[in-house]
Design a protein around this ligand. Structure first.
Ligand SMILES: Nc1ncnc2c1ncn2[C@@H]1O[C@H](COP(=O)(O)OP(=O)(O)OP(=O)(O)O)[C@@H](O)[C@H]1O
Ligand SMILES: O=c1[nH]c(=O)c2[nH+]cn([C@@H]3O[C@H](COP(=O)(O)O)[C@@H](O)[C@H]3O)c2[nH]1
Ligand SMILES: NC(=O)CC[C@H](N)C(=O)O
Ligand SMILES: [Mg+2]
Length: 515
């Protein structure tokens, strides 16, 4: 099978590049930059892509690439840091900018390029950089510019290409076309990858790893863990598969009952539903730091799981989770050691999970995939559209949507307000247009007037975004009427809330959740 290798300098979107290429039907894999690309690793590889990075090339300790990458003579596409890397490696220079470029940027093309075949003049790219090419490397010429900076350069003879923008993010117009031009036009790769093939491969590998051992799946009723349940129940003897749902007390209104019904429909023999609300709320008392909350929750998930499993499974068992690549990369756990921690997802960074992972006892069959790919896999294995189309809900639940310290009363207030918001989205037929929507309770109060009296109430933020994979997101452009009506429904029904605001930040620079 032809392959494209991504050299990961720790950028947030390295896996996203890989999945774009999988979408073309071409296999792609990720390697750390220090990897010696031996002939063995390079067999079937048709091209290399250098990813972005949180590092600047001129910083002490910035990642470098093993010389074998250049010696291979393969076509190379450098994206952002990858472009900076190639530029400095071949004698050009890179400088920090006083005014950084984040978000949309219009391009012009001084020179034609094979990379831009079929791409119209003047499209809108997506940038996320603080450094820029000051002088291109020897043999390179500039093929695109944004208002202020070089946006692309190439040495077509050596088949080396650099892009300052990110063609892999869905916000970049013609990004897919540019990657296709590289993979097919420049590298000449052939197709051989499919989701059906992926399903066969993970099923076979789970069977082989698990043997006769039982598997315990932590399941939330969300898309990811339901897909894992489907995969496990079909790959293994269902007698060996145990499903466990933990009610953390941080769930939404009516969630546990709804999940119970949908889990019963999956047809598992062993299903336990654990009420651990008191333990979670007690452990979170007075804790207001977001990373500390996440750590406590991550650890409690494992502790609750361990104490509840006694008497149900004897001996060694594998722990399965619906971890996605988004969870790993944001937690700083991508391939290699260069990615920064954006937030520690509860299912990744807990020491207890890490211990299980290091012991090779974790099964995470979706850990290379993104949400939209998981949804495709879910449809392939026949899950119902109501499960596959559900908005994501993070494991730490309402705890990361109540800013600051969490308590029972705040959970109740947020639960009521969030339920009104979501119900209205269904009623107005907006739910499926939106990728994720929820309410956030802010730790501030503001003054209002109700029935001629003063009201000193909480501020609630509404968040609704559109996205493909959770890596980048745009604010959902509500009709003003919808927002005004929903706001007044909430303030009229939840007396503790005095004011509603709408969050109008995209990702980046904001993340989707507030903590
Ligand atoms: N309440 C819960 N009980 C048991 N396991 C959970 C719970 N919440 C999360 N998990 C575990 O953590 C993993 C990651 O959570 P995450 O929210 O990303 O996925 P999900 O809940 O399966 O899907 P979705 O993103 O649609 O909410 C889940 O796949 C599941 O294994
Ligand atoms: O299971 C989870 N455990 C977590 O700790 C967690 N944090 C964020 N999310 C979800 O991940 C997606 C990207 O979120 P952010 O832009 O807020 O990082 C969004 O869909 C978030 O809801 C989590 N899911
Ligand atoms: N996205 C990137 O690769 C960023 C590269 C570098 N950290 C910069 O800010 O320019
Ligand atoms: Mg979830």
């Amino acid at each position: 099978m032809d392959k494209i290798l991504i050299v990961d300098f720790g950028g947030q979107t390295a896996q996203l590049i890989a999945r774009r290429i999988r979408d073309f039907g071409v296999y792609s894999d990720i390697v750390a930059p220090e990897t010696n690309l031996s002939p063995n690793i390079l067999s079937d590889v048709k091209g290399l892509i250098f990813s972005g990075s949180p590092w600047s090339v001129y910083e002490e300790g910035a990642p470098v690439v093993h010389p074998s990458a250049y010696e291979s003579g393969l076509p190379i596409l450098g994206i952002c840091y990858g472009f900076h890397r190639m530029t400095t490696d071949f004698g050009g220079s890179v400088l920090g900018l006083a005014k950084k470029e984040y978000g949309r940027a219009a391009l012009r093309f001084p020179k034609p390029s094979k990379l831009f075949d079929g791409v119209p003049e003047g499209f809108i790219s997506w940038m996320s950089h603080g450094d820029s090419i000051a002088e291109v490397a020897e043999g390179f010429q500039i093929t695109a510019r944004s208002a202020d900076h070089p946006a692309a350069a190439e040495d077509p003879e050596k088949r080396r290409y650099g892009l300052q923008f990110h063609p892999e993010v869905t916000h970049c117009e013609y990004g897919i076309k540019i990657l296709e031009n590289f993979v097919f036009g420049i590298c000449g790769a052939d197709k051989g990858w499919s989701m059906e093939g992926y399903l066969e491969e993970v099923s076979a590998s789970i069977k082989k790893r698990v043997g006769d051992h039982p598997v315990l799946l932590l399941i939330s009723g969300g898309v990811d863990s339901s897909v894992v349940a489907g995969v496990l129940l079909s790959a293994l003897d269902p007698e060996k598969v145990h499903l466990m749902y933990i009610d953390t007390g941080l769930m939404r209104k009516g969630e546990t009952e709804a999940v119970r019904k949908s889990l019963e429909a999956l047809g598992a023999t062993h299903l336990s539903i654990i009420d651990a609300g008191d333990r979670f709320l007690h452990a979170l008392e007075g804790v207001d730091d977001p990373e500390e909350k996440r750590r406590i929750i991550g650890d409690l998930f494992v502790e609750v799981q361990k104490s509840d499993i006694v008497g149900k499974i004897d001996g060694d068992y594998f722990l399965a989770q619906g971890t996605l690549y988004t969870d790993l990369i944001e937690s700083g756990k991508g391939v290699g050691k260069n990615a920064k921690v954006i937030k520690s997802h509860h299912n990744v960074r807990s020491p207890l999970i890490e211990a299980k992972r290091n012991a090779g006892m974790i099964i995470e069959p979706l850990d290379r995939l993104y949400k939209d790919e998981v949804r495709r896999l879910g449809r392939l294995i026949g899950l119902s559209e109501s499960v596959v189309g559900r908005h994501p809900f993070p494991g730490p639940g309402l705890a990361v949507r109540i800013l600051g310290a969490v308590d029972r009363e705040k959970c109740r207030i947020l639960r009521e307000a969030d339920a009104i918001f979501i119900e209205e989205l269904h009623r107005r037929k907006l739910y499926d247009e939106i990728w994720q929507a929820f309410a956030v309770l802010l730790p501030i109060k503001s003054v209002g007037v109700t029935g001629d009296a003063r009201r000193y109430g909480y501020v609630l933020a509404l968040r609704a975004i559109v996205s493909h994979d959770g890596m980048t997101a745009d604010v959902y452009p509500f009709d003003t009427k919808d927002l005004l009506e929903i706001s007044s429904l909430i303030t009229n029904s939840v007396s503790e809330i005095g004011r509603v605001v709408y969050d109008v930040s995209s990702k980046p620079p904001a993340t989707i959740e507030w903590e």
